[in-house]
Design a protein around this ligand. Structure first.
Ligand code: MG
Length: 314
């Protein structure tokens, strides 16, 4: 090797100085793995990610084991987390009141709820009409806020829905507004099937801002199904968004939408942000080593371009 495999740092105009990466690999990634990962490996994965500098690591989901057997040991994973850096945020997903109660019993202080911007996805994913699912979310959020928790609201299908097609901006604004009004501290706008393109991202963020939902309350959750995740992220950053979801090694997709593959890989995101001079606090080498370690446990290589490129150079 004749030079260090790092991007040249060349800042671009109009970008925030720092981005908080919301790491979803242990939850969104592993819930979509066919293999059942041992509890100790899951806990170790979370700790390795936190020690690589990821300040927010979504640990697991307290979903009913019948729906996602891969995460049946959610409580046990929470109890096995140690060797964590101070101040790391460890949210867990809670699909309903029962999940919130389990999360609380296992010490969670931050939770995330999942809602849909479309009727069909609400029915297929949550077995409820959209309004019924929002009412259920409101109950969970109220109880979590009553316990002083920080609540993140995931909004799925913000750009396209596999059954309904393109999703009108006003429909996304309506559901995002509902989540904000019920008390969510932060919203994560999900491109669940990966169909967004940068102009669409800009248009949605403009529409949300016009409704009073500014970038300071928003995160973005892009999927790389059509290779657009980084371009979409850059568009969001140019709109002032500073929270970006990503999955170490590119693990996971969506178990309920067959066409969805590929969360944005955290390493690919960190590579771009390093080049742009945007601080993340993440040690890319440690992160790549973690994803290589996890890929060995899963028995298949990471789909992340950056992991592939850097691992090859080791
Ligand atoms: Mg995802």
């Amino acid at each position: 090797m004749t030079h260090s495999p790092l991007p040249m740092r060349v800042p671009a105009a109009g970008l925030p100085p720092r981005v908080r990466i919301h790491e979803v690999g242990p939850r969104d990634g592993l819930q979509n793995e066919k293999a059942i990962v041992p509890t100790d490996v899951k806990a170790d994965f979370v700790c390795r990610l936190a020690n690589a500098g990821l300040s927010t690591v979504e640990v697991t989901s307290f979903v009913h084991p019948k729906w996602v057997p891969q995460l049946a040991d959610a409580g046990e994973v929470c109890l096995r987390l140690d060797d964590l850096p101070a101040g790391v945020r460890l949210p867990v997903l809670v699909p309903n009141i029962r999940g919130l109660e389990r999360a609380t019993a296992h010490g969670a202080r931050r939770v995330a709820i999942a809602a849909s911007a479309t009727e069909t996805f609400a029915r297929r994913n949550l077995n409820r009409t959209l309004d019924e699912s929002l009412a259920m979310s409101a109950e969970v959020v109220a109880q979590a806020k009553g316990q002083g928790m920080h609540v993140r609201g995931y909004l799925s299908m913000c750009f396209g829905d596999p059954w309904e097609g393109p999703v009108p901006l006003e429909q996304v604004v309506r559901t995002a507004r509902a989540l904000a009004d019920m008390g969510c501290d932060e919203l994560s706008l999900g491109d669940t099937i990966g169909v967004a393109t940068p102009g669409h991202v800009s248009a949605l963020l403009d529409a949300l801002a016009a409704d009073g939902l500014g970038a300071d309350r928003l995160g973005v959750h892009f999927h790389d199904t059509y290779g657009q995740a980084l371009a979409n992220t850059l568009a969001a950053l140019q709109h002032g968004v500073t929270t970006v979801d990503a999955s170490a090694g590119g693990l996971g997709g969506c178990p309920f939408a067959g066409s969805a593959t590929g969360n944005l890989a955290t390493e690919d995101l960190v590579w771009m942000l390093q080049g742009l001079g945007v601080e993340t606090g993440v040690d890319l080498d440690a992160l790549v080593a973690t994803s290589v370690w996890m890929a060995e446990r899963l028995g298949r290589p990471s789909p992340s371009r950056t992991v592939t490129a850097l691992a090859r150079k080791e």
